[in-house]
Unconditional design. Structure first.
Length: 390
């Protein structure tokens, strides 16, 4: 049976939610992250109107202000974003039981064998897009292909509110027609190295052997390039073998700045912690995944006697574990956070003798989640995610 995967990506998600909640901001450049004057702040998401000025995620806020001084700068409201994300993911569940949420704003849906229920994949994707918009007021872009990797690329080709299909059997031809800048996983630094090696198209990469590419770009990088231009599947999105709740994200620009890295980690921790709360799970095992700009991937795990008690608790542990493994100064293409070996939170477990306020934070987060489930329009939130000050 031919595999069929959808990759669904929410368009400029954080900024789109802000424009949804503030209709007067629609059509204007909205930049979510720090505000002018916040020290060490970085951009989390920029609306498409702001991107026209060159503003992008992981950019220092002061630089975004220079490029777009008339932009609307707002702090992230992660609880609100997760509420809207939950609404969108619920729609995906109407179409397949196999939904792999990768982050707060993207997911893979395995649609293999659903044609008898819903019809052709393209028609199903249009129906899904319409249902998301009618239910949440947000737009999504969908890529359809026989592998997750190709579906991921396809979803970004006609943004926003796009739909792109890679026909089965045309995977290699699709890659050979794709500009290098559109190959998912190739960042600016890798692109420069390819250009320096005289490789300016996917077809030119295709003309070289695996041994040549590995000799020039390393074992991992060479294998990635060799397989990718042939439309072959990559194990990029293989979930952890043990029962885990995870979130990962690939960034359009390499992360090197500590504040950009910390912001990315915090957003991932929000996704993981609220999924644990929503699914009534607990965990004391943390995993961090790092993919560098040369495609090498490393990971680190740690298990303690104490379950994650709140977003703040998970974030602090994630930072400590990350910096144990991270090679300072190297560009990061992908980050992942996983709560591993999860268990039913209703099963009693010995708690710490000293609480330090963590149980109160968890109760607040649980209350927010319950209120959002009762009333999707609820705007109860905790304190803002980042103030970016000493």
């Amino acid at each position: 049976m031919q595999r069929v995967f959808f990759h669904v990506d929410l368009d400029a998600f954080f900024a789109s939610v802000e424009q949804l909640d503030h209709p007067e901001w629609r059509g204007l450049p909205v930049i979510v992250g720090g505000k002018p004057g916040d020290r060490r702040a970085v951009v989390s998401t920029a609306s498409y109107e702001a991107r026209k000025f060159g503003v992008h995620s992981a950019m220092p806020t002061f630089q975004a202000v220079r490029l777009c001084p008339h932009g609307i700068f707002v702090h992230p409201d992660m609880e609100r974003y997760h509420q809207k994300s939950q609404e969108v993911m619920a729609v995906f569940g109407h179409y397949s039981p196999d939904v792999q949420q990768m982050s707060v704003d993207e997911a893979f849906i395995d649609m293999t064998g659903t044609e008898r229920l819903f019809g052709e994949p393209a028609d199903t994707a249009r129906r899904l897009k319409a249902e998301v918009y009618q239910t949440t007021g947000l737009t999504v872009s969908v890529g359809i292909a026989s592998t997750k990797y190709l579906a991921k690329i396809a979803s970004g080709l006609q943004k926003p509110d796009g739909l792109y299909i890679v026909p089965a059997g045309n995977e290699e031809d699709f890659m050979l027609r794709l500009p290098l800048e559109k190959v998912w996983g190739i960042g600016k630094k890798t692109l420069t190295r390819l250009y320096d090696a005289g490789l300016r198209t996917t077809r030119e990469i295709h003309n070289h052997s695996l041994s040549f590419l590995q000799g020039s770009f390393g074992q991992a990088g060479g294998a990635f390039l060799y397989n990718t231009v042939r439309g072959k599947d990559n194990d990029t999105f293989t979930p952890a073998k043990n029962h885990s709740v995870s979130s990962e994200n690939t960034y359009p620009y390499d992360l090197t700045d500590r504040d950009a890295i910390d912001t990315a980690l915090l957003e991932l921790c929000y996704t993981v912690m609220f999924r644990l709360l929503r699914e009534k799970l607990r965990s004391s095992s943390l995993g961090i995944k790092i993919r560098y700009d040369d495609f090498t991937t490393v990971s680190i795990q740690e298990t303690t006697d104490r379950d994650f008690s709140s977003v703040d608790d998970l974030f602090e542990r994630a930072k400590k574990l990350f910096y144990k493994k991270y090679e300072s100064g190297r560009g990061i293409r992908l980050l992942g956070v996983a709560a591993q070996n999860v268990a039913d939170s209703s099963v009693p477990r010995q708690t710490d003798l000293f609480d330090f306020g963590e149980s109160k934070k968890r109760k607040v987060e649980e209350a927010i989640l319950r209120q959002q489930e009762k009333d999707p329009a609820s705007r109860i939130t905790k304190a803002r995610m980042l103030e970016n000050s000493d």
